[in-house]
Write a protein that binds this ligand. Structure first.
Ligand SMILES: NC(=O)c1ccc[n+]([C@@H]2O[C@H](COP(=O)([O-])OP(=O)(O)OC[C@H]3O[C@@H](n4cnc5c(N)ncnc54)[C@H](OP(=O)(O)O)[C@@H]3O)[C@@H](O)[C@H]2O)c1
Length: 283
């Protein structure tokens, strides 16, 4: 019998994951409010994760849950209702319905790290976020870590992918500031690829950092893009931009050791087609 997978908050990462899992022969359900935006073949479960009243009986006996919902407003109350209450309520409903959950995944973020002096961080690093978003994500991680099922938190860095041409446009318009701050990225296809990989890996750890192979400074990215766009001489890097979330370096060794092979190991492979897409649209 095919495995039944629920992706709660089935947006960009969720749809990319769903497409892979459908190809593997899984049955996939997606939770979101705009169910017409679910990928082809994903069965809809239309509920509002922030409204427990909307939680009706689960449409199947799920074997796997991926909680990939994303808060669409940056305020503390809303964050808690999406990441903490929504996750807890959904898990409660799945357990009440006796879903035979084998693994529960939560897509957390590298915003849980407060480090901002260019330090390397990994799964062993201290997590003392300076802002509410990181603190709330840590609360959500605790729900998954302490779950009776096998719970796996995956801390993703900055997600990018096709269609996200904002940075390219900024570089082209000379609006991007090249700084010496370290940044970390992961392509949306690798988010999905890594989650699928971790669904299958034997004896998984309960925490992984999901970021590509190469932390880079904003100046590295901006100047590489300038060259790809055919713009003139690189800009010298300005001193660090001390924005929280920035200026740390994410180490992905644990995910690598688990056997995951990145489709886009650095921003160069990932952004090259995005720059081409941008150039063809603006030609
Ligand atoms: N973006 C980043 O750089 C980044 C970095 C680190 C971690 N993450 C995490 O990675 C995960 C995947 O991100 P993504 O880029 O795939 O996000 P996304 O495209 O925004 O997808 C999240 C989906 O959640 C659904 N959703 C939001 N609120 C909901 C609610 N109340 N009830 C039901 N569904 C709801 C939305 O669909 P509807 O609007 O149709 O309901 C949306 O499609 C998220 O957990 C995010 O927090 C993101």
């Amino acid at each position: 019998m095919s495995e039944k997978v629920l992706i709660a908050g089935c947006g960009e990462v969720g749809n990319a994951l769903a497409t892979r899992l459908l190809a593997d022969g899984c049955e996939v359900w997606g939770v979101r409010r705009r169910i017409d935006a679910l990928a082809k073949g994903v069965q809809p479960w239309r509920i509002d994760l922030t409204d427990p009243e909307s939680l009706d009986a689960p449409p199947a006996a799920f074997d796997y849950l991926f909680y990939t919902a994303s808060a669409d407003r940056r305020d503390e109350e809303h964050y808690r209702s999406v990441y903490v209450d929504g996750l807890r309520d959904l898990l409660g409903a799945l357990r009440d319905a006796h879903c035979p959950l084998r693994r529960v995944f939560f897509t957390s973020s590298t915003a849980v790290y407060g480090q901002s002096d260019g330090e390397w961080v990994d799964e062993h690093s201290v997590t003392e976020p300076s802002r509410f978003n990181g603190r709330i994500l840590l609360e959500a991680e605790a729900i998954v870590r302490e779950a009776p099922e096998t719970g796996i938190n995956v801390r993703l860095s900055g997600i990018y992918g096709p269609g996200r041409t904002r940075l390219v446009r900024k570089v082209r318009n000379e609006e991007a500031t090249p700084t010496a701050s370290w940044t970390n990225r992961i392509h949306v296809e690798d988010c999905a690829g890594a989650l699928r990989h971790l669904m299958r890996v034997a004896d998984p750890e309960n925490l992984y950092l999901g970021s590509d192979d190469e932390p880079v400074t904003t100046a590295d990215v901006v100047n590489w893009m300038r060259a790809e766009l055919g713009l003139d001489a690189p800009h010298p890097a300005l001193s660090e931009n001390r924005t929280e979330r920035l200026n740390k370096r994410c180490r992905n060794a644990r995910l690598r050791e688990a056997g995951y092979q990145f489709q886009y190991p650095t921003f160069r492979e990932g952004y090259r087609p995005i720059v081409r897409e941008f150039l063809s649209q603006s030609a």
